[in-house]
Design a protein around this ligand. Structure first.
Ligand SMILES: [Zn+2]
Length: 50
């Protein structure tokens, strides 16, 4: 299975089919759950292939 994941420090694991998708999900999660703006660069640094 290919894809990317980002594990938020809160324990939520975000998954997407590629890095762009998971970066967008992480930014949405950070905004909705943590009231925080995650930059593209920050999110990409957290992305891992899965
Ligand atoms: Zn979180």
């Amino acid at each position: 299975m290919s894809g990317h994941t980002i594990e938020c420090p809160c324990g939520t694991v975000l998954r997407g089919p590629d890095e762009d998708a998971v970066v967008a999900q992480a930014q949405n999660h950070a905004r909705a759950v943590h009231d925080m703006e995650l930059t593209d660069e920050q999110a990409r640094a957290m992305a891992r292939p899965s």
